[in-house]
Design a protein around this ligand. Structure first.
Ligand code: ZN
Length: 75
């Protein structure tokens, strides 16, 4: 595998793999993945980005809320 950000070679199963819009994105490290994602966000249309950010925030908030609920039940 070859990191699409820095070109470093690595073995399958290592690094970070993300599939987006049917395209496989592979990075040798989290740092390279984050660099790509930051750049990707800058290339998105502001309206599309805003919608995506809000939906993602909702998703994580909901997941945290459920986690806190299940913790409260077990205590
Ligand atoms: Zn890299």
């Amino acid at each position: 595998m070859e990191c699409i950000v820095c070109g470093r070679k690595f073995y399958r199963g290592q690094g970070v793999r993300i599939e987006a819009a049917g395209i496989e994105l592979v990075f040798h490290s989290k740092v390279c993945a984050l660099r790509f994602v930051r750049s990707l966000l800058e290339h998105l249309e502001p309206d599309v980005l805003k919608k995506g950010v809000n939906e993602t925030l909702t998703e994580f908030r909901e997941a945290r809320r459920k986690l806190e609920e299940s913790r409260a039940k077990t205590i």
